[in-house]
Design a binder for this molecule. Structure first.
Ligand code: HEM
Length: 282
């Protein structure tokens, strides 16, 4: 039998742990929890809006982490540091897993539940997420039109312009493979990096060679890690389609697109396309 105090583990006022903090706690100074937890301002009384808003905010945070890791991976490839690049890609893979699991609170909204707050946010749409565009630019899905859409907001536009003008993570992977002796065509290495990346037969052949070769080769592991990343991105897009189809069927989107049809087309865009095409040639 334990005595009552230890059974409840109650802390007393003279316990060092419970001495008052001076101002904000060290936790709050570091995590900014008070600030973060005051960023939820639903526009309606609808029961489901808070879950929708927080899910969206949480996803924005995961986008930020993923961008951070992909930039780290890209810089490491540029410096020929394969181990550091793989570490960053593995961290991003965990972030993507968490991102994809974040749909849960809104995964089964009914049209009436969604209609309960939809009109209140007007033309707001994830379509306008600058951090999502940052992710797309980093994987090579560049778009001058989507960059231009943010030109009215100088801070956001500056960050996005840089990502648009810099080589993508995938560009740096291909440059790295070339320096490792793989014949990545010159027109791919010298390409205009502000243009959307398009599949190239020479790069398919590079990956085919890697995949057909020794099965424990470090560059095959790299190919698989990039494939995991590509698959996770596409899964996020497909889950988004499913959530949207449940919540609003074939209605147009709040940003003005055709809604589900538009999202299905976007989800069909292959990420790191040659990694998928090479599989058919091994
Ligand atoms: C009930 C939940 C949701 C619905 C019904 C919905 C609906 C839509 C629709 C219809 C579009 C197409 C653009 C438009 O015309 O508005 C879109 C785009 C987008 N949404 Fe959502 N969305 C939901 C949740 C989310 C969440 C939680 C996020 C996370 C940030 C998100 C991020 C995005 C992004 C990034 C796009 C742009 C996709 C692209 O252009 O490829 N959405 N959404």
């Amino acid at each position: 039998m334990t005595d009552r105090a230890s059974a409840t583990a109650e802390l007393s006022t003279d316990d060092p742990l419970t001495q008052p903090f001076r101002g904000a706690s060290p936790y709050d100074e570091y995590v900014r929890a008070t600030l973060l937890n005051n960023l939820q301002q639903p526009l309606t009384e609808a029961a489901d809006e808070m879950g929708f808003l927080i899910t969206t905010q949480v996803m924005e945070l995961w986008f930020t982490l993923i961008v951070y890791e992909w930039r780290a991976a890209r810089d490491a490839f540029r410096a020929d540091e394969l181990d550091a690049a793989m570490d960053a890609l593995m961290r991003s893979r965990r972030g993507l897993k968490a991102l994809n699991e974040s749909w849960a609170p809104i995964a089964s909204l009914t049209p009436v539940q969604f209609n309960g707050f939809r009109a209140a946010f007007g033309k707001a749409s994830g379509f306008q997420s600058a951090m999502q565009r940052h992710m797309e630019f980093l994987i090579g899905q560049k778009s001058a039109a989507l960059l231009r859409a943010h030109s009215g907001d100088p801070y956001v536009h500056k960050g996005l312009s840089e990502a648009h003008e810099e080589p993508s993570l995938y560009d740096e992977v291909l440059n790295f493979l070339h320096r490792r002796g793989y014949p990545v065509p010159e027109h791919v290495r010298e390409r205009d990096v502000t243009a959307p990346y398009e599949s190239d037969p020479g790069v398919v052949e590079v990956w085919r060679r890697i995949y057909a070769g020794p099965q424990h080769h470090p560059l095959l592991r790299l190919g698989e890690l990039l494939t995991d990343v590509a698959e996770a991105i596409t899964r996020w897009r497909l889950d988004h389609v499913m959530v949207v189809r449940r919540a609003m069927g074939a209605k147009p989107g709040s940003a003005g697109s055709a809604g589900v049809k538009y999202l299905e087309e976007r989800a069909a865009i292959a990420v790191f396309p040659e990694l998928w095409e090479a599989r058919g040639a091994v």
